[in-house]
Write a protein that binds this ligand. Structure first.
Ligand code: FES
Ligand code: FES
Length: 168
């Protein structure tokens, strides 16, 4: 067994894990965080996507011991007391989900994508999410949701800048 210490959704976690334990199983079975799903276990579908230090990763491809000392964010960690994360809100408003199985992974991949590229084109969104499969094939609305989230984030940033300017 190996001792690990990490931050998950802002909370410190520690424990003993098998060196071969995958991060997805650590999150689901040790911490009870079940938003990230196991769709394939072969790095193909993206249902298990989470953020590792702010970058989206497929947690079926990362060992829990590799997350030692790092920060993991799952879909459970996105919303705040103020409400849904802009990406979650945009998925809801644009009907970016059907059965919902791919959705937590798709949302986390979108959050990672917008962190790297806050103003993506439609083509960049499609390319950025190509590692995430939706078996309900709702891609059109998913892309629309990510573009809407990018727009909402840009607008919020502009409003914050204007407020700061007025206060200065
Ligand atoms: S379960 Fe990880 S990519 Fe499919
Ligand atoms: S909404 Fe069903 S798999 Fe994507």
């Amino acid at each position: 067994m190996t001792h690990i210490e990490l931050t998950v959704n802002g909370a410190k976690q520690s424990g003993e894990v098998e060196p071969r334990l995958l991060l997805i199983h650590y999150l689901r079975e040790h911490l009870g965080l079940r938003a990230a799903n196991v769709g394939c276990d072969t790095t193909s579908c993206g249902a298990c996507t989470v953020l590792l230090d702010g970058k989206s990763v497929k947690s079926c491809t990362v060992l829990a011991v590799q997350a030692d000392g790092h920060a993991v964010t799952t879909a459970e960690g996105l919303a705040t007391d103020a409400g849904l994360h802009p990406v979650q809100a945009a998925f809801r408003q644009n009907h970016g989900l059907q059965c919902g199985f791919c959705t937590p992974g798709m949302v986390m991949a979108a959050v990672g994508l917008l962190a790297e590229n806050p103003h993506p084109t439609e083509a960049e969104v499609r390319t950025g999410l190509e590692g995430n499969f939706c078996r309900c094939t709702g891609y059109h609305n998913i892309v629309r949701a990510v573009l809407a989230a990018a727009q909402a984030q840009a607008q919020a940033e502009q409003e914050q800048a204007e407020t700061a300017e007025v206060r200065a």
